[in-house]
Design a protein around this ligand. Structure first.
Ligand code: ATP
Length: 134
């Protein structure tokens, strides 16, 4: 299968760099799968599960708030957070989910509600991604 070069960066540094067969990511337009030879492209990335296929094997991850670009066949994902399933601390994500639900319950304004909902989305994406780890 044809491959392409994928770089993933977060504020913590390089999360991934290598040749892959596909990247599935949650863009604002829904789940989007990038394959080799994809046309030049740019899209905002939301919060959700991600999947990288390499050597016929899938690696699952969780991503939040980013941008994906395809330029000349090279794919770059810059995200606020990106964790591979095996690196996710599930108990921490469950605690974050509970904390976010409480913040939603007591939110006093739209901003607090928006931040709490975003935290809840990240926690749910992490829990779901961790359930998919190999
Ligand atoms: P928490 O309340 O647990 O910090 P959060 O959603 O507020 O959750 P973020 O601000 O999204 O956390 O992430 C802060 C940093 O911690 C990022 O580098 C992110 O990759 C990492 N991180 C957050 N939750 C987890 C987790 N459950 N397992 C592994 N890394 C995590």
């Amino acid at each position: 299968m044809n491959t392409f070069h994928l770089d993933i960066v977060t504020p913590d540094g390089e999360a991934f760099s290598g040749e892959v067969e596909s990247l599935l990511i949650r863009t604002d337009g829904g789940d989007t799968e990038i394959l080799a030879g994809h046309a030049d492209y740019v899209a905002p990335v939301g919060t959700g599960r991600a999947r990288i296929r390499m050597g016929g094997v899938s690696r699952f991850a969780s991503a939040s708030h980013g941008i994906i670009t395809v330029v000349g066949g090279d794919v770059k994902l810059a995200a606020v957070t990106f964790e591979f399933a095996e690196d996710i601390d599930v108990e921490r994500a469950k605690r974050a989910k509970e904390a976010a639900e409480e913040k939603i319950r007591v939110a006093k304004d739209d901003r607090a509600l928006m931040l709490a909902r975003a935290k809840l989305e990240r926690a749910i994406a992490r829990i779901r991604a961790s359930e998919l780890k190999m």
